[in-house]
Design a protein around this ligand. Structure first.
Ligand code: ZN
Length: 165
């Protein structure tokens, strides 16, 4: 892969993780950490660890789970439509921007390639929480960007370390 494409995917992955971090910290989560690494199969992979996730309520989980993909959508200038139930269709269309571990937090399940709704899913609640996530991340956009930058810098020194070892 050429260097420009590689940098593009690294930035996208870092913005995704920075979205999780920003939302989680906004909701009071402590000791949140994140990193991205080069993965031969998926180009770039990342993780955001939120140790307090087990203490959070459904609403907070929806927000933290959605924040990764929503941050990427914001970075592309994509607005979340306000017609209901917008979140399911939007997330279905853009499901590549969300990861396997994001779905159960958001309240949807993914079977194979298709996104499924859980029986009894409260769409109104998820829509409201997705809209809240968008508003929150837009307001905290400088923090998303500075966190993404830190994640990228850390990934560079890590690969330098590996090269030197
Ligand atoms: Zn994620």
């Amino acid at each position: 892969m050429n260097a420009r494409k590689d940098a593009f995917f690294r930035r996208q992955t870092a913005i995704h993780e920075a979205g999780h971090v920003t939302a989680a910290e906004h909701l009071g989560a402590k000791n949140v950490s994140s990193r991205v690494w080069h993965s031969p199969r998926r180009r770039w992979d990342g993780v955001a660890r939120v140790p307090d996730i087990t203490k959070m309520n459904d609403r907070e989980r929806h927000v933290i789970g959605a924040a990764g993909g929503i941050a990427v959508l914001i970075s592309y200038g994509i607005r979340i439509p306000t017609t209901r139930p917008f979140s399911f269709f939007l997330l279905k269309e853009t499901s590549a921007l969300f990861s396997k571990t994001d779905w159960p937090l958001i309240g949807y399940t993914r079977e194979g390639r298709s996104l499924k709704m859980k029986l009894g899913t409260d769409f109104t609640a998820i829509d409201r929480d997705i809209a809240f996530t968008e508003t929150l991340l837009k307001r905290e956009w400088n923090k998303v960007l500075s966190t993404a930058r830190q994640i990228i810098v850390a990934s560079r020194s890590e690969s330098d370390f590996r090269r030197a070892a």
